[in-house]
Write a protein of this length. Structure first.
Length: 95
């Protein structure tokens, strides 16, 4: 089974929140395929625009003391939460 964002566990997220650099790298590696996959559904975006949106998504997740990660309420999979952030960021960009 390939690692995926749904393999994130509370322990890894807590390490991310505690600024563990190796956990942050692992988190990004696990999240990257989901974010890119969602962004490629927007044909009207150029590659450069997708890259900008990709960066903005991770800035949202990690800025303000990782507020967006902390907002995840564990009522759904983290992948669902991240997908929602990705789609909303892309839609905001297209406005």
């Amino acid at each position: 089974m390939n690692p995926s964002i749904d393999n994130l566990n509370i322990n890894l997220i807590q390490k991310v929140l505690d600024n563990d650099n190796s956990a942050i790298i692992e988190f990004i590696k696990l999240a990257e395929p989901l974010v890119w996959g969602a962004l490629f559904k927007y044909d009207q975006l150029s590659e450069e625009e997708r890259e900008d949106i990709f960066q903005n998504i991770f800035l949202k997740l990690f800025s303000n003391d990782k507020k967006r990660i902390k907002m995840w309420q564990r009522k759904s999979k983290f992948s669902t939460y991240l997908y929602m952030i990705t789609i909303n960021t892309a839609l905001d960009y297209l406005k």
